[in-house]
Design a protein around this ligand. Structure first.
Ligand code: ZN
Ligand code: ZN
Length: 308
């Protein structure tokens, strides 16, 4: 069999990037991967000198790789990082990822704050799942977002870095289209109205395919456990994920086209939404910013209490 050589140098290739029509050796792949990360940060002006960045660290491969990349960038750009891990209380799952989060932060000399669901919300996710029959992600998503924002603000962070990769973003865009939720598309990645209570979120991996994050971790010897949240397979997202992977296989670049199309659509949607009046309140119960008098987090807690 003929040996495939790297498209950039003469070494044997080990990674095939179908969408870019490139075969790369491991050294060229690492450079390509890191360059895209830097370019994305620059493209959206995600980090400015001397800012304090809170890293949402789940302990999964995406956020751990992002932490390593940001720690490396810190040597070139003066900014501060600390990490926040949310412990939802999912048995046989979260303990492992928290252990990884602690170990990696220690390795990189980054301070870590672990926030426990139960202490703020009053329930852990396993308890919530016993009470309700609905999708775990809809509860978990609201509570996690709330807690990340609140604790990032308490620590005076300027931004929150989220490890969403290209696959996550393309999935969310498609899901919102399939559910007919244009407003969610407009405010995905960025809130419509700004408020001092909101800490802006940045997504430095949004142009990076999920598969490549795993390859990068392997090549850089970043120790990661491949675990999926035990509640994940119940979700609509899994269905969309399968479809998208299938499309990407048959029609390379599908995911990046969905992302670019979303970024373009978002500009127009947001212009249209600015004409509509979107009122922002501060929740009467917890004080956080909200699109209603009582925020989603407090609504959900009331619902859970009534179920008892
Ligand atoms: Zn090469
Ligand atoms: Zn509230």
């Amino acid at each position: 069999m003929e040996k495939i050589i790297c498209s950039l140098c003469e070494k044997p290739a080990s990674v095939n990037l179908q969408y870019a029509a490139k075969h790369l050796c491991s050294g060229c792949f690492v450079k390509y991967f890191e360059k895209r990360f830097l370019r994305t940060i620059r493209e959206f002006s995600m980090i400015k000198p001397h800012e304090k960045i809170a890293v949402g660290l789940s302990g999964g491969k995406d956020s751990v790789v992002m932490l390593h990349l940001l720690a490396k960038l810190r040597r070139r750009l003066p900014f501060e990082i600390f990490a926040i891990t949310i412990d939802e209380g999912i048995k046989n799952y979260r303990n492992t990822t928290i252990h990884i989060a602690k170990r990696e932060c220690k390795k990189l000399g980054i301070a870590l704050k672990v926030i426990i669901f139960k202490e703020d919300i009053g329930f852990n996710l396993d308890e919530i799942m016993k009470k309700t029959n609905s999708s775990a992600c809809s509860w978990c998503g609201v509570f996690r977002r709330y807690l990340l924002n609140k604790y990032a603000r308490i620590e005076n962070a300027n931004k929150i870095a989220i490890g969403h990769n290209l696959d996550d973003v393309a999935q969310t865009v498609l899901m919102n289209i399939m559910r007919n939720e244009p407003i969610r598309i407009a405010r995905f990645l960025e809130p419509i109205t700004n408020d001092e209570y909101f800490i802006p979120r940045v997504h430095p991996l949004l142009r990076t395919p999920e598969k490549e994050i795993a390859i990068y971790a392997m090549l850089k010897d970043i120790q990661i456990k491949y675990m999926e949240c035990p509640y994940a397979h119940f979700s609509f997202r899994q269905h969309v994920k399968k479809q998208l992977n299938d499309s990407e296989e048959k029609y390379p670049s599908t995911k990046i086209r969905i992302l670019n199309s979303f970024l373009e659509m978002k500009k127009h949607l947001r212009k249209w939404m600015k004409d509509e009046k979107f009122k922002l309140f501060h929740c009467k119960k917890c004080g956080e910013s909200s699109s209603a008098q009582i925020c989603m987090r407090c609504e959900m807690i009331m619902k859970l209490k009534n179920m008892a």
